[in-house]
Write a protein of this length. Structure first.
Length: 443
């Protein structure tokens, strides 16, 4: 962060040196005419910046706006409000008049949308993903806003035959590995001119010599969404799962729903806890949707527009406690640390990511559950439309979409989880969620 702050200071210095020229026009002579241009501030500028390297990336957009004589409204990412506030305080302490540089915090769907649609904002500067850039273009089209975007990233590094290989190696390592590659300016591949003999090995050796900041085994995975407002779970959503009940009933007309509390989940790699009051801890592998855009009465056609990401879940259940109530399952679904979420969030981009993927649950390497999401009784779109009829879905809400047949309780004889077991849940493109089992520590 210290280096990013220094780079941000350099950006301000660079554009400050250009400020005296900001209103200089140009005179272009043609054969029979003289073209004269003049420059004036366009008015208030909106700047939307991401969470990573908040000092440096913010200054790339803020410094030129100020140098051109424009006021600005900065909306930082939800995860970096303090550094944005600090930047404003530093600028005002240095002599920038209050009200020139303004700050607004909030979710992109609310604060960002209000900024990009506001008629008094004349231009938008944005750094982030291409999908969000498209949304900003649509929102600003009504008022013909000017735009300056840095989108997508993942450009190649190209090394030519006459390059200084030591400098090229330093640049390649920084551009590919810094910030774990999670930035719009990161590079995803390295192209070396064929004539640069030996260059590829030199660059590869430099990358391997960099070392890791943290060993993988030192990383502790937490649930990807630490404090969701709602965790809504779907029961009986695969055909064979419905047949497990052996009640001769057809597939239900509406989804069966229940809720879980955040404290009932752990992250990838953390143990699930078998409670002291029961020996019937069971597994249920599921695909989970993470809501990114608020909505109520969402249509099926637009339902997936409200999904930000996808992850995996183990809807761990304490079977005998599920049956304590006549018509509810809350007790058995909410023991502390009885389920898991993770290992990470996969950004949702298109239907094909989840429309027909195989979902598999293994216990100690033995396949216990396997089915495909295309066979769900209530598809993803239907679930979101149905749930949003009675509650507003908000960003960060988690929807567990149901488990296939094969849970331990349904085997003959039942096979419940015991300490030392390892449960692995896997789905195409989403990774693998793995958790061991331990007994609850007695007080």
């Amino acid at each position: 962060m210290a280096k990013a702050a220094l780079r941000g200071a350099e950006n301000f210095r660079f554009f400050a040196d250009l400020a005296p020229q900001a209103r200089d026009g140009q005179s272009l002579r043609g054969p029979s005419q003289l073209n004269v241009t003049s420059r004036v501030p366009i008015g208030p500028v909106g700047v939307i910046t991401p969470w990573n390297t908040p000092f440096m990336l913010s200054t790339w957009k803020i410094a030129p706006a100020l140098a051109a004589g424009c006021t600005l409204v900065h909306k930082p990412a939800e995860f970096s409000p303090l550094t944005a506030r600090l930047l404003v305080e530093i600028a005002e302490e240095a002599g920038l008049p209050p009200g020139v540089w303004n700050l607004v915090n909030g979710l992109g769907e609310e604060a960002g949308k209000a900024l990009t649609e506001h008629p008094d904002i004349k231009a938008i500067g944005f750094v982030g993903e291409s999908r969000t850039g498209s949304m900003i273009m649509r929102q600003g089209a009504e008022t013909l806003k000017r735009r300056h975007f840095e989108l997508g990233g993942k450009n190649p590094i190209i090394v030519f035959a006459d390059a200084d290989l030591d400098r090229a190696a330093d640049a390649a390592v920084f551009m590919i590995y810094s910030l774990n590659g999670e930035r719009c300016t990161s590079s995803s591949r390295l192209l070396v001119e064929a004539a640069a003999e030996g260059a590829l090995k030199t660059l590869a050796d430099a990358g391997q010599a960099g070392g890791l900041d943290f060993a993988f085994e030192d990383i502790r995975f937490e649930p990807p969404i630490p404090a969701p407002e709602k965790i809504i779970c779907v029961g009986v959503n695969y055909p064979d799962r419905n047949e497990e009940y052996r009640d001769a009933q057809p597939a239900p007309a509406y989804p069966s729903l229940f809720v879980r509390f955040p404290g009932s989940f752990v992250g990838h790699g953390a143990p699930l806890v078998r409670p002291s009051v029961s020996n019937q801890l069971d597994y249920e592998g599921e695909v989970a949707l993470i809501i990114g855009k608020a909505g109520r009465h969402i249509s099926e056609a637009r339902a997936l527009d409200h999904v930000a990401a996808v992850t995996l879940a183990n809807d761990g259940s304490v079977r005998d406690w599920i049956r304590h109530g006549k018509f509810n399952v809350t007790q058995g679904k909410n023991f502390d640390n009885s389920g898991s979420l993770g290992p990470w969030l996969i950004p949702f981009v298109e239907d094909a990511q989840i429309a027909d993927i195989e979902l598999t649950t293994r216990v100690n390497g033995e396949v216990r559950q396997k089915d495909r999401t295309s066979r769900m009784i209530f598809p993803f779109r239907r679930l979101l439309a149905y749930i949003s009829t009675f509650t507003t879905l908000t960003p960060g809400d988690i929807i567990l979409t149901g488990t296939p047949t094969g849970s331990g309780a349904r085997l003959d004889p039942p096979k419940y989880l015991v300490p030392g077991d390892v449960v692995e849940i896997e789905a195409g493109g989403l990774g693998e969620l793995s958790n061991g089992i331990v007994d609850e520590a007695r007080a």
